[in-house]
Design a protein around this ligand. Sequence first.
Ligand SMILES: [Zn+2]
Length: 349
Amino acid sequence: MTEAARHEAVARTGPAPSHTGGGTAAPSAPGHHPAEQPPARRRTGATAPGPCPETRPDGGLHDGPAAHSGHPGPEPGRGRGPGRVPILMYHSVSANPTPATRSLSVTPAAFARQLAQLAEDGFTTTTISGLLAARQAQPGAGEQARRLVALTFDDGYADAHSTVLPLLRRHGFTATVFVTTGWIRDAGRGVDVGGRLAPMLRWGQIAELHQEGIEIGAHTCTHPQLDQLPTRTLRHELEHSRAVLEDRLGAPVSTLAYPYGYHSARVRDAVREAGYLASCAVRGAVSRPGEDPFALPRLTVRRDTGPELFRRLVTARRLPAAVWRDRAVTAGYLVVRRGRSVWGRVCDQ
Ligand SMILES: [Zn+2]
C-alpha cells in the first residue's frame, strides 16, 4: 500500500484508541479530527508523512464553550466584537489534487470565489506577523474597522506559487505560507526527508513568494506531531526549520504553524524559546485580542466548504448546530492526546 493510500485508509477508519487519562496537553485544543488521523505516533523526529490534517469535516467552525452547551456561540468575523480576526487555514489549491491532499484542498475556482467574496465584503488581508503588529499598535479597534482576515497555507504545496499567488495579486491580498523545510522540492541532501504527498514548492518559488510580500513561516523540518517528540528533537524541528528558512530568505522568520495542530505547554514554551513570535494551531475558532500568540486558532477551509459556509466562517453571527456536535467529538479525542502526551514526557526523560 502506498503512503497516500495508507493515509486515506486510516482517515476512513478514524483514530486508533490509545492511552487515556489525565495529562499535560494544552488547554487549547489541537484541531484534529478523528476522520483524518495523522500517522502512527513516533517517539523521535522521524518523518511523519501526511498532509496537515488539522481539520474537521465541517470546515472547523467551532468557537468557545458555547459549542458544548448547545447554545449559539459567538461567530468569527464581523459582529463578534472588537479585534476578532478570522484566520483561515488552507492547504493545497488544486483542480487535481492527489488523493492524500484532496479533502483538505480547494479548487482554484472556489478559492477565486472566496477571495472575491472577501473583497466584496470589504475585508483586508494580513499576515500573521501583520496581525500581531496590528494588535500591538492598536489593540482591537483598528482591526474591527478594517475587517481583517488572515489567509494561511500549510505544508508548502507548489500551488501556493502557481495558483494562489496570482489570485492574491488580483485583489492585492497577502497571506502566510508555512513551509515544511524537509519537503521543499529541492531541499537538498541532508535536509530532504521525503514523504511528499503532492508537488511542493521549490526554493526559488519560496523566495518569490517572500519578495511578493507573502509571509514565509515555518512548519518544522519533517512535519512531526510536536507534542510527542523528545525535547531535543522538538527543539531541532523548531530551530533548524527556522534557521534554514532565514538563511535562504535572508530575512527573519517569526511565525510557525503546528503540524496537525498539535501542541502542548511544553511545545509552546519551546516555540517561544526558539525565537518565534507566534504560532498557529487550529481549534476552529476566531482569533481574539489578548489570546496566547503561541496558540492562534484557525478556521479550516476545505474542498466541501461551500460559499455559504465560507461566508459564515468569516462573517456570520451564529454557528450551525452540526458544528457544536463536532466540537464535542474533537473534545473527546483530546482525552486521547492528553494520555499520549504523558507517555511522551516519560519517554523524554
Ligand atoms: Zn501541515
